[in-house]
Design a protein around this ligand. Sequence first.
Ligand code: NAI
Length: 296
Amino acid sequence: MQALDTQVKIAVVGAGAMGSGIAQVAAQAGHEVFLFDQSLEAVEKGKAGIAKQLQRRVDKGKLQQADADAVVKRILPASQLSELASAGLVIEAIVENLEIKQKVFGELEDICGEEVILATNTSSLSVTALGSTLKRPERLVGMHFFNPAPIMALVEVILGLATDQKIAEQIHATAAAWGKKPVYATSTPGFIVNRVARPFYAESLRLMQEQVAEPQTLDALLREAGNFRMGPFELTDLIGHDVNYAVTCSVFDAYYGDFRFQPSLIQKALVDAGRLGRKAGQGFYSYAEGAERPQP
Ligand code: NAI
């Protein structure tokens, strides 16, 4: 199956950490990309983040200024969902909530032509359930990028019960054309990576709760001695505790309360306090403006 032609416009709904990253990946591959969020301000913030990220690469001599400018120019801010009508693929990257995502897909179904592929970047929700409220659930597929999307190679291509195999193949080929390493997964809670990763976070949080060691010690140990690229506390600070907690709750519920996936009260407290990690300037670590490195 052929990848989508670069003439095909892509739309990304949600301009947060993942949506902007995905928009950047698609624009770097040569597509024009509509970027939509609840407010134009959020879209502009997402686009500015992309420009900043690319500029850093220009400054390091890894990218030509003209190429960076061309990528930024291909990102088209949208203030209405209806502006996405001419896209051939819409990728949803909004809040990890089944009902809210279903509502947005319902609206997209009314706006987009029959041939348009709808994809979700959900970390854990059932693609089958997300598609269940659609008139044509066969065109909904999971296209799950990892954070940060421009850097992480893996993309899980997730088939719900109704997903058309040919559409999944086209998304697989498109992810590969975008320089990613796609892998198929069926729609099970947490798919592959987020299922395997749950105990990594949960066990680390239990070690902290039992005062075995501080987050910075555990992070350093797993990074330096365990060869993990990031420790569990700095990684969940990057992911965002609201997102990571919602994913754990969703996987826990979907496995009928299996203890292995039990959410942590420590993480819930961070969410309740608004200490969502890097994006909020505070999580397990503090990311105060001007600080050279995160402070425990
Ligand atoms: P985020 O909180 O950074 O961004 C979400 C964005 O969606 C916000 O800008 C918000 O204003 C917007 N939004 C919420 N409801 C909306 C609606 N009804 N219409 C339009 N925009 C809306 O969240 P993040 O981290 O980008 O996550 C987005 C999705 O990607 C979630 O499903 C999450 O599970 C998934 N994901 C997250 C990863 C991570 O490491 N943060 C990794 C892979 C997937």
